[in-house]
Design a protein around this ligand. Structure first.
Ligand SMILES: Nc1ncnc2c1ncn2[C@@H]1O[C@H](COP(=O)(O)OP(=O)(O)O)[C@@H](O)[C@H]1O
Ligand SMILES: [Mg+2]
Length: 325
């Protein structure tokens, strides 16, 4: 069984990912393409694959294709001989060679130029290449993992990505689900970041209040796990209370959240039927809560919409323990 300790989560979506990783680790030859929005853990997954398929201490080498200018990326990847270009004052090995026997992660592969894609494909297929300005063939056996947050199928259609390279890299595709589709993993992750920063900054133990948990569950997390990690870090540094209340959660998260809730609420009320059925009281409670939310807790307005008196509404609010969150 591979060691998945870097990857926190037990939602069905993540368990599917564990399954794929396990299969990938059993076969070192297969190349892997990792997709997913920014911050979903593509690098974490690549490292997990590397660590679980290594036998010794082979290197994990990572190159961000979006961050390095094209002419430099070529010599970074393939190395160069002395005098290959102005400024190449000595022979340098490229990242491909460094990763020999280990793993080369080509991060943000969608940003690689077509010319370099051609050279890369050749190097992967033949397991050999020449350094810039070099005559000799260099042989390497590195596992290639590519990651992307752009849709490569679309890039192929725009002729921005080579089809043959795509199929070569994509022997197995692992697409990481956005954090908003991982259910309560968001809480598990938040709690693990709380522990981590508590240790790193010697802040002691902290817990999330129930309302804070609800906020985290409802937010849509465009920056995914990275955004959550930063939000927790910030909350831990700026707030001393043992329990992290919503006021410790960044305003942007709270605001988008209330907007989303308001929109949802004014559109529909969903009652989930269970095997035991649903009681009148449960429906009444949900209807009142729904109406209060959609009127932003204007009780006069809510009472009018429900066609009941204000005191009656207040008694129900009391009875069901409803309060704005
Ligand atoms: N499932 C996870 N469990 C624990 N930490 C995670 C998980 N997914 C992502 N992270 C953390 O979130 C941050 C972003 O992850 P990263 O792999 O760099 O994302 P990506 O490469 O998809 O943008 C990192 O700090 C990483 O350690
Ligand atoms: Mg990344």
């Amino acid at each position: 069984m591979p060691d998945f300790s870097r990857i926190i989560g037990k939602s069905p979506a993540i368990l599917d990912i564990f399954n794929l990783i396990e299969r990938v680790c059993r076969n070192r030859e297969v190349s892997v393409l990792i997709g997913g929005e920014t911050g979903t853990g593509k690098e974490v997954v690549a490292k997990t694959i590397h660590e679980n398929s290594s036998v010794g201490n082979e290197l994990f080498v990572e190159v961000n294709c979006a961050a390095i200018p094209e002419h430099l990326l070529e010599s970074e990847l393939f190395g160069c001989e002395k005098g290959a270009y102005t400024g190449a004052d000595r022979r340098r090995r490229g990242l491909f060679e460094l990763a020999d026997g280990g793993t080369l992660l080509l991060d943000e592969i969608g940003y690689m130029s077509l010319a370099l894609q051609t050279k890369l494909l050749k190097a992967i297929e033949e397991k050999t290449f020449r350094r810039l300005g070099g005559e000799n063939e260099v042989t390497v056996r590195a596992r290639i993992i590519a990651s992307t947050n752009v849709n490569l199928e679309e890039a192929m259609q725009r002729q921005d990505f080579r089809e043959d390279l795509y199929y070569r890299l994509n022997e197995i595709q692992i697409t990481l689900p956005p954090l908003r589709e991982r259910g309560d993993d968001v809480i598990l992750l938040a709690e693990s970041f709380i522990d981590e920063f508590g240790r790193v900054y010697s802040l002691g133990h902290r817990t999330l209040s129930e309302t804070s948990k609800d906020l985290l569950r409802q937010y849509h997390w465009p920056g995914n796990v990275r955004e959550l990690r930063n939000a927790i870090k910030r909350a831990m540094i700026l707030h001393d209370a043992e329990t992290l209340q919503p006021d410790a959660i960044p305003v942007s998260i709270r605001q988008t959240n209330s907007l989303a809730t308001r929109k949802w609420n004014s559109e529909q009320l969903v009652i989930n039927f269970t095997d035991e059925g649903v009681t009148f009281e449960e429906v009444e409670k949900q209807l009142i809560e729904h109406t209060l939310k959609s009127t932003e807790w204007n009780k006069n307005k809510a009472a009018r919409m429900l066609n009941i008196s204000r005191p009656r509404l207040l008694r129900k609010v009391e009875k069901y323990g409803l309060e704005p969150n």
